[in-house]
Design a protein around this ligand. Structure first.
Ligand code: AQP
Length: 332
């Protein structure tokens, strides 16, 4: 059976982008087809300025939302990254095969370091090395596939490069994984700025739909989405980025094809109205289940405790093998 690993960073409230690009597929497809691990990757949330209490709250909320989205701890391993030491242990070894040039070429590093500087902050070293920790997250489990949105495919490419390099230098140790982005909604864009990705750590605004937004808030945000000049509903990322984003969202909700859908609509208004209702219906069961789980925090904690135990057992042999392969003396 193939193995799958993917994670979510508690840097903000989960968005419709996180759900359509990743989490929904983890629940509906991946956990049924593979030995799957899903992690709240909290160490990654420390790479930018953060409030410790908020990271803790968001980590608990993200774990609860994974379960509310239908991830079944009887099928998949759900855990918090910092509960499993193997991630940090392996990350250091991978830093010894990665180069600083590779790190500086990462698009997310360029974007996020520019954002930190523009806010007058300094750039943490961990923001530069974060893709190496992400590679460790994946390689520690011997994952074959990494279901992620479009924005993470460059990091998975780096993970592949590091795995191949390590294997060539020190002997076969790691499985070389591949990214598997979804066919539709691999990059959901901000409703107010369709040139930018809908991002959970961006300043909260009318362009971001959060998984826990009330139905009326969802409707308002989608009905006020920025559309493009002209009146024709057409699927074209270049000339119609706003409309194309809505078509992608609607197609992802309904399981259709965004280009085919464009022929169905004669006005932006009708498209927005149907998209809003489709998103409200999509989120309804997740929000209901989330409410139930919030009332039962002991259950969520027990899932995370058992998940961490399983994840430790699964990752330790590979990480120990990597320690020996690279030249470290085994403990006596
Ligand atoms: N807008 C998006 N469209 C489609 N997929 C998306 N993902 C994120 N944003 C979109 C996918 O969600 C999964 C979890 O993301 P992450 O927690 O690793 O964070 P990220 O990729 O860095 O993006 P975010 O959510 O916008 O966080 P910040 O603002 O902190 O960078 C991933 O599979 C991701 O591809």
């Amino acid at each position: 059976m193939k193995r799958i690993f993917s994670g979510i960073k508690p840097t903000g409230h989960l968005t419709l982008g996180n759900y359509l690009g990743a989490v929904r597929r983890w629940a509906e497809v991946d956990q049924h087809q593979a030995d799957a691990l899903f992690s709240v990757v909290d160490l990654h949330a420390l790479t930018v300025e953060h409030d410790p209490g908020r990271v803790r709250r968001l980590s608990r909320q993200a774990a609860t939302l994974l379960l509310a989205s239908g991830i079944d701890p009887g099928l998949a391993t759900v855990f918090v990254q910092s509960h499993v030491d193997e991630h940090a242990r392996l990350s250091y070894l991978l830093e010894c095969v990665a180069t600083d040039g590779e790190m500086r070429r990462m698009i997310q590093y360029k974007e996020k370091s520019a954002r930190e500087r523009s806010r007058g902050g300094s750039v943490r070293l961990s923001l530069l090395t974060y893709p190496v920790l992400m590679a460790a997250d994946i390689l520690a489990y011997g994952a074959d596939e990494v279901p992620v949105g479009d924005d993470q495919t460059q990091h998975v490419e780096l993970t592949r490069d590091l795995a191949v390099r390590f294997n060539q230098r020190y002997g076969q140790t790691f499985v070389v994984p591949r990214a598997t982005p979804p066919e539709v909604a691999a990059r959901v864009m901000d409703l107010q700025d369709p040139a930018s990705k809908m991002g959970k750590s961006h300043e909260a605004g009318a362009g971001i739909v959060y998984l826990l937004d009330e139905p009326d808030v969802v409707r308002k945000k989608i009905l006020r989405a920025v559309t493009d000049s002209g009146t024709e509903v057409a699927y074209d990322r270049e000339s119609k980025p706003g409309v194309t984003n809505l078509l992608e969202i609607l197609a992802a909700c309904e399981g259709g094809n965004p280009e085919a859908l464009s022929g169905v609509y004669e006005s932006y208004g009708a498209l927005k109205k149907d998209t809003a209702e489709a998103v409200v219906e999509l989120l309804r069961p997740v929000q209901e289940r989330h409410k139930e789980l919030v009332a039962d925090p002991a259950y969520v904690e027990e899932v995370l405790r058992q998940g961490a135990e399983r994840a430790r057992e699964m990752s330790r042999p590979t990480v120990d093998r990597a320690y020996r392969a690279i030249g470290l003396l085994p403990p006596v």
